[in-house]
Design a protein around this ligand. Sequence first.
Ligand SMILES: Nc1nc2c(ncn2[C@@H]2O[C@H](COP(=O)(O)OP(=O)(O)O)[C@@H](O)[C@H]2O)c(=O)[nH]1
Ligand SMILES: [Mg+2]
Length: 108
Amino acid sequence: MVCFIGRSNVGKSSLIKALFSLTPEVEVRVSKTPGHTKKMNFFRVGKAFTIVDMPGYGHKAPRDFVDMMVVTKIDKCGSGTLLTNLLNLQDVVKTETTSCFPQPFLIR
Ligand SMILES: Nc1nc2c(ncn2[C@@H]2O[C@H](COP(=O)(O)OP(=O)(O)O)[C@@H](O)[C@H]2O)c(=O)[nH]1
Ligand SMILES: [Mg+2]
């Protein structure tokens, strides 16, 4: 089972939708209004695999959530800002995380 967690409106549902665009049983709803996903949504993919679209976590998310890192909406900022953010992120990954995958996944 793989859960997609993160703050509200960061693009979790959109990411699942993009990743599983060829899997008809994954019927993810993406909404313009933040906080739309209120329940956990479970989707079976084949026999052995389930993905979970979680509701958003706010600013009080546990600190160790920092260990899980996909960078979404990279189209929202210019390349200079993106580079600065990625360098800062690299720093956070190096100094504050233990199990984070060293290569961030950039999504837009
Ligand atoms: N510009 C931009 N908008 C995005 C991206 N991913 C998602 N969105 C938009 O952000 C909003 C929230 O997306 P959603 O997937 O519902 O976020 P969730 O609350 O984390 O599940 C929607 O209006 C999406 O169309 C992205 O990479 N770039
Ligand atoms: Mg959602």
